[in-house]
Design a protein around this ligand. Structure first.
Ligand code: IMP
Length: 423
């Protein structure tokens, strides 16, 4: 049985949580494969908003098993808070949540290191969510990390002490002012570890293999977006994991030959939170309108997101790197009421017209070249089926499908599960 993937194609916040939620009934297992609590997957149903950071978005469906894969980094403190929220809502997660023994732990000192590193960068800061993601992946690849499976061993606290001590020395080395009370942080951390240990730890690559063999359907849920990929994103303004399709192979132990459909999620426009190049960013009232109507504030940090027109050059690149087979366009409703809608179809790069993403997309050397579309006035949020899509939006969708050579199967017109148009 093939494993299907669901990935964000822009700079994150595309609305992956909603689509996983919509698709979950088709899958037995939902698995996260990278990232950590830097993600914020928002789901809305029955008039309630739910935000998940580490736990897969299938947790609200009673039938689905949810796996936190080896490629994920887990902050026990945030994880505990997520579990508490689920308990408050009477969600019985215990029997439906599994964690890979090979997933790495975010320690309190990883968060402090993240803050020290960002502060030391001054204006050149990445705009990290400060959840300790970068330092944790550094320890993973540096072969110093602590894994979930270590918690089952006697000597893990010694390992913890040695690593935390090293981190404190590194924080001192940065020579920046970071306020913290390690004792308090550790008390909270060790309490949370107890809760983490109440969840079932498994050898997840074996579980995935056996599930595939039994013919169980699996959806791998990506976090962040392709343009934040550590290799293919706008480095160094990226996250520290592979957010693209290949990340699902290494983050779950799925063989490349058993990847099935790759669902690519994108917004009808573009947003970015944090620093880094963004060629189609708008600084005018159109950008402000998108931000306001689209409620473009980070689900994890609450920071305002930068907004701009759709960048087809970057989107094509993301589709290719991921091998996307089906597209899902989010937040179509936000573009209602614009007289003109623009799509960037090429860049002016150092005086030349190019249609690929260059190595160096510094703000000043890439200027977007736009194709314009007539906007539509209709409110889309009450739409129930594809026959109600206004002609102008159909023209927009047709153009994108032709350019990307991939069908757009879903148009989302609001945050609720019900506001989903299948084509
Ligand atoms: P980090 O992964 O928290 O270190 O953040 C690195 C960059 O990725 C920053 O620009 C963040 O704003 C961005 N980022 C990380 N996670 C997300 C996400 O889930 N959505 C959008 N941007 C993210």
């Amino acid at each position: 049985m093939a494993v299907d993937l669901l990935l964000g194609l822009q700079w994150g916040d595309e609305g992956k949580g909603k689509i996983v939620d919509v698709l979950t009934s088709n899958y037995k297992i939902i698995a996260r494969f990278q990232g950590g609590p830097n993600a914020g997957h928002t789901l809305v149903f029955n008039g309630m908003k739910h935000v998940l950071h580490t736990i897969p978005s299938g947790i609200f469906h009673e039938e689905a098993m949810n796996l936190v894969g080896n490629g994920v980094v887990i902050d026990p403190v945030i994880f505990k808070k997520e579990l508490d929220k689920l308990s408050e809502q009477n969600i019985d997660y215990k029997s439906r949540l599994l964690i890979s023994r090979k997933a790495h732990l975010i320690l309190p000192t990883h968060r402090l290191l993240d803050a020290a590193s960002e502060t030391s960068k001054g204006k050149a800061k990445i705009g990290s969510t400060l959840k300790g993601i970068g330092p944790t992946y550094m320890d993973k690849t540096g072969r110093n990390g602590i894994r979930v499976g270590d918690l089952e061993l006697q000597d893990w606290k010694e390992k913890y002490r040695a690593l935390a001590k090293k981190h404190i020395a590194m924080i001192d080395f940065y020579n920046v002012k970071i306020d913290y009370n390690l004792e308090e942080l550790e008390t909270e951390f060790f309490e949370a570890i107890k809760v983490l240990k109440s969840i079932k730890f498994i050898d997840s690559e074996e579980y995935i293999y056996q599930s595939q063999k039994k013919g169980q359907s699996i959806l791998a849920e990506g976090a962040q977006g392709s343009l934040l990929d550590i290799d293919f994103g706008t480095y160094p303004f990226v996250t520290s994991s592979n957010t693209t399709a290949a990340g699902a192979c290494t983050g779950l132990g799925v063989a490349p030959s058993s990847i099935g459909d790759v669902f690519g999620i994108f917004k009808a426009y573009t947003t970015r939170v944090g620093s880094g190049p963004f060629p189609t960013e708008l600084f005018d009232e159109d950008g402000a309108k998108i931000a306001k109507v689209g409620h473009e504030f980070g689900a994890t940090t609450g920071r305002p997101r930068r907004c701009g027109w759709l960048d087809l050059v970057a989107l094509k690149y993301a589709c290719r790197v991921n091998g996307v087979t089906q597209l899902m366009m989010m937040k179509g409703d936000v573009l209602s009421g614009f007289k003109t809608i623009k799509v960037c179809t090429a860049y002016n790069y150092k005086g030349e017209t190019i249609t690929h993403l260059p190595y160096n997309i510094e703000e000043h050397n890439v200027k977007p070249i736009y194709t314009e579309f007539k906007g539509w006035k209709e409110d889309l949020t009450e739409m129930e089926n594809a026959s109600q899509i206004p002609q102008e939006l159909n023209d927009y969708i047709d153009f994108l499908e032709k350019e990307l050579e991939i069908p757009i199967k879903i148009v989302s017109v609001g945050p609720d599960r019900k506001q989903t148009i299948f084509r």
